[in-house]
Design a protein around this ligand. Structure first.
Ligand code: ZN
Ligand code: ZN
Length: 340
C-alpha cells in the first residue's frame, strides 16, 4: 500500500512526509485490519510531524481520526465483523492494570499507546486497531463527516465536560478550528450561550452559523469590560491565549486547555486573573467511555462536521494549511484512491 511516512520530523513547509510503498499490516491477536476511507488531519499530527512531540519510533505513519470498514479479523476477535464501519482514534491501547486504568481514568495511563504516533496511523489505505479500542460507528452519513468526530470532537467533548459551568451560562471558545466547531455546536445544543473568539473573520462566520450567540474578532482592539464567561475552552496552541481566556471568565469558572502541546503560558496575575476560584485545567486524551457518550450525543443531536476533503498525497500541504489557519472546519484526507 502507498502511505505517507514520517522518518524525521521537521517544519511542515519542508514536506517531512513521504509517499512510500509499505506492506499492508497484519492484524495480530484481538486486532482488526481496517480498510480506511478517510482520515482527519488533526493539530496533534502537526505536533508529531514537526517534532513538538518527540519521535518514539524510527518512522511512523501519522493520522488518528480514521474512518473505515473492518477488512480482516485477527485471532480471537468476537465483537467486530468484517464490513463493520469503525473509527480508529488516538487512544490505541492502555495497560488495563494501573491505578488510572482501574479507576475509570485510562486516559491518564502511563503505558497508553497512540494511533499515528507510537503505532502507525491513518495516512494510509489500511491500519490495524485493537478490538476493544476501535469504535463502532453508525453506517449512516459519509465517512468524511465522521472523521473529525474521532479526535477533534472527542477531545472537545472532554474539554467541555471539564469547563462546563454547573449552573449553566456562557462558555467561550478560544481558537476556532476543527475541535471548536463541533464542541460549540454541542454546547449550544445543550443550552449554553456560546461565544467564539478568533483572529480569523471567516472562522467567526462559521461559528455563528453553528449557533454561536456572539463572536469576537481578537485582532480588533476592545474596550475592557467586566468578564462574562462562566467557562472557557482554549483550543489554540499558544499559552498567551490562556491569559486571554482568564481575562474573560467570571469567578468560579474553569478554563480548560484542549491542546496536547501548548507554548509556555506567560506569568499570571493571581489577584486579578486567578483569585475567585478560577481554575485552569488541562485535558489529556479521552477514555473509551467519553468516546461512547460523545458519539451517542453526536447522533442524537445531529452534530454536523464541516469538512474539506483532500487527496492523501497532499497531507503535507493539508498540515501546512492547518498550521497557518487557512482552513474552515476540519480537513480530511481521502485514503481510498491510493489503495492497492
Ligand atoms: Zn494503565
Ligand atoms: Zn487529534
Amino acid at each position: 500500500m502507498r502511505a505517507m511516512v514520517l522518518h524525521r520530523p521537521g517544519p511542515v513547509e519542508n514536506r517531512p512526509l513521504w509517499p512510500e510503498e509499505v506492506p499492508v499490516p497484519e492484524p495480530k491477536e484481538n486486532e482488526v485490519l481496517v480498510r480506511i476511507d478517510t482520515c482527519g488531519v488533526c493539530r496533534t499530527d502537526l505536533h508529531v510531524v514537526e517534532g513538538d512531540l518527540p519521535p518514539v519510533r524510527p518512522s511512523v505513519i501519522p493520522g488518528h481520526e480514521i474512518v473505515g470498514t473492518v477488512a480482516r479479523l485477527g485471532p480471537g476477535v468476537r465483537t467486530l465483523s468484517v464490513g463493520d464501519r469503525v473509527g480508529v482514534p488516538w487512544l490505541h491501547s492502555t495497560c488495563g492494570r494501573c491505578e488510572y486504568c482501574l479507576t475509570g481514568r485510562e486516559n491518564l495511563c502511563s503505558e497508553k499507546t497512540f494511533t499515528g504516533y507510537s503505532e502507525n496511523g491513518g495516512y494510509a489505505p489500511f491500519v490495524v486497531g485493537k478490538e476493544s479500542y476501535v469504535l463502532k460507528l453508525p453506517a449512516e452519513g459519509d465517512a468524511a463527516s465522521w472523521a473529525p468526530m474521532l479526535c477533534a470532537g472527542l477531545i472537545g467533548y472532554r474539554a467541555l465536560k471539564t469547563a462546563m459551568p454547573r449552573f449553566g451560562g456562557r462558555i467561550g471558545f478560544f481558537g476556532f478550528g476543527g475541535s471548536a466547531h463541533l464542541t460549540l455546536q454541542l454546547a449550544a445544543k445543550l443550552g449554553f450561550d456560546t461565544v467564539a473568539y478568533s483572529r480569523t473573520a471567516a472562522h467567526l462566520a462559521l461559528a455563528r452559523s453553528l449557533g454561536a450567540a456572539e463572536s469576537v474578532l481578537t485582532t480588533e482592539p476592545r474596550t475592557p469590560m467586566e468578564p462574562t464567561l462562566d467557562g472557557a475552552i482554549v483550543f489554540a496552541p499558544a499559552g498567551s491565549v490562556v491569559i486571554d481566556a482568564l481575562r474573560e471568565v467570571r469567578k468560579g469558572a474553569t478554563v480548560a486547555i484542549a491542546g496536547i502541546h501548548v507554548s509556555p503560558i506567560p506569568s499570571i496575575d493571581y489577584d486579578r486573573l486567578l483569585f475567585g476560584e478560577r481554575r485552569i485545567a488541562s485535558v489529556e486524551a479521552n477514555t473509551r467511555a467519553d468516546a461512547r457518550e460523545f458519539l451517542d450525543l453526536a447522533v442524537r443531536l445531529h452534530l454536523q462536521s464541516t469538512v474539506e476533503v483532500r487527496p492523501l498525497e497532499d497531507a503535507n500541504e493539508a498540515l501546512a494549511d492547518l498550521k497557518s489557519g487557512r482552513v474552515d472546519g476540519a480537513l480530511v484526507l481521502d485514503c481510498r484512491a491510493s489503495a492497492t
